[in-house]
Design a protein around this ligand. Structure first.
Ligand code: PLP
Length: 382
């Protein structure tokens, strides 16, 4: 036993120091685990910003057909999917790169550009993958807090730029806040970003945006700016399990990132499903509409319960609760509702709640009312 421990220590000292500060990713609790732990049958998950409508029926049809060819390697160039995306966005095919989720693309971008000691500017709170990918490459994450009401502070982000800055991430709408960068502020940031860095616009939740002044990145890509736009099929397109994301950027940038991509990074089922999903405009509209009405149902219900909601352009709402978030989170679990504890983002009095179906949202609101009664009750021991 002692010998084994010594060996692990010796090997540990041979690992790259940069990875020692990384804790393995802890995903949210799966439905099955909550069912087992609390002896519940009916569990609702509003924790991972998924599309409660499920995938398009057209996707399910193509998957059956694609399954007959599972003995073949996928198309390593994802030609059909890249052609479909290029046509959809009006960009050349060599401006599009697909990844095993946009998670993979975030890592590939770091592998392509970040050297030890290089700086990557990220908003905070925001999506943890930016920090993770930077850390893997022994880069330095420069976290710039969001401003009042979790709104972006473009000036503060630009002030963080140094000669060592390689990348600046802008997550818009931002996870976990749902806030966004207006078009005029984005234009200003693109104009003032120096030549030695790239702006990466993570637009995972772009498809849910209702705000008319929202700024999107594609026009800047088309204009030749040093901007990478990331999108995903995991949210509105409801293909989270299949893992497909994509980057759109100047072909020269795409060529660089493509060098570090694994040959068959996006599997054949995922490629076929993404093409079919892209063609199903009706499913997209239904998903958008379900989110729009669900969000209003949640705003009204949550505010009635005394919670403060951060206005969101995404498919989730960041909610300030009158009790510590971890206690509320745990109490909701016991009632069969899984949300995301804000403590994970450094916000111990907030929850991030994904928008579900009408029934799921109602279930959350009922459970939350009950939790507040319990936590507010005199002599409560919860
Ligand atoms: C802001 C943001 N970017 C990227 C992703 C990852 O998406 P994908 O499923 O495409 O890896 C997520 C997932 O939740 C996200 O919130």
């Amino acid at each position: 036993m002692e010998g084994v421990r010594e060996m692990a220590g010796a090997i540990g000292s041979r690992a790259r120091p940069a990875i020692m500060g990384i804790e393995p990713y802890v995903p949210g609790k799966p439905i099955e685990e909550v069912q087992r732990e609390f002896g519940l049958r009916d569990v609702v998950k509003l924790a991972s910003n998924e599309n409660p409508l499920g995938p398009s029926p057209k996707v399910q049809e193509v998957l059956v057909r694609a399954a007959a060819n599972l003995h073949r390697y996928p198309d390593g160039g994802a030609v059909r999917l890249r052609q479909a995306l290029a046509a959809f966005h009006g960009v050349p095919e060599n401006a599009v790169l697909v990844g095993n989720g946009s998670d993979e693309l975030i890592k590939l971008i770091a592998e392509s550009f970040v050297e030890p000691g290089d700086e990557v500017i990220v908003p905070t709170p925001s999506f943890s993958e930016y920090w993770f990918a930077t850390q893997v490459m022994a880069g330095t994450t420069v976290a710039v807090p969001l401003g009042e009401g979790f709104q972006y502070d473009p000036e503060r982000m630009l002030q963080a730029v140094t000669p060592r800055t390689k990348l600046m991430y802008l997550c818009t709408p931002n996870n976990p806040t749902g806030t966004y960068i207006p078009a005029d502020a984005l234009a200003e940031m693109v104009r003032r970003a120096p030549d030695h860095m790239l702006l990466v616009l993570d637009e995972a939740y772009h498809d849910y945006v209702e705000a008319e002044d929202y700024g999107e990145g594609l026009p800047f890509v088309k204009d030749g700016a040093k901007v990478i736009v990331l999108r995903t099929f995991s949210k509105l397109y409801a293909l989270a399990a299949l893992r497909v994301g994509y980057a759109v950027a100047d072909p020269e940038i795409i060529d660089l990132v493509n060098r570090v991509r694994e040959p068959f990074n996006v599997n054949a089922l995922a490629q076929a499903a993404a093409v079919a999903a892209l063609e199903d405009g009706e499913h997209r509209r239904n998903s958008f509409e379900m989110n729009r009405t669900g969000k209003r149902q949640l705003y009204t219900g949550l505010e009635t319960l005394g919670c403060r909601c951060v206005p969101s352009q995404a498919n989730f709402i960041l909610v300030q609760t009158p009790y510590p978030s971890t206690r509320v989170f745990e109490q909701l679990l016991r009632r069969g509702v899984i949300v995301r504890d804000g403590a994970a983002f450094g916000l111990p009095d907030h929850l991030r709640i994904s928008v579900g179906t009408r029934e799921e949202n109602a279930r959350l609101l009922d459970a939350l009312a009950d939790v507040f009664r319990t936590l507010g009750g005199a002599g409560s021991r919860d």
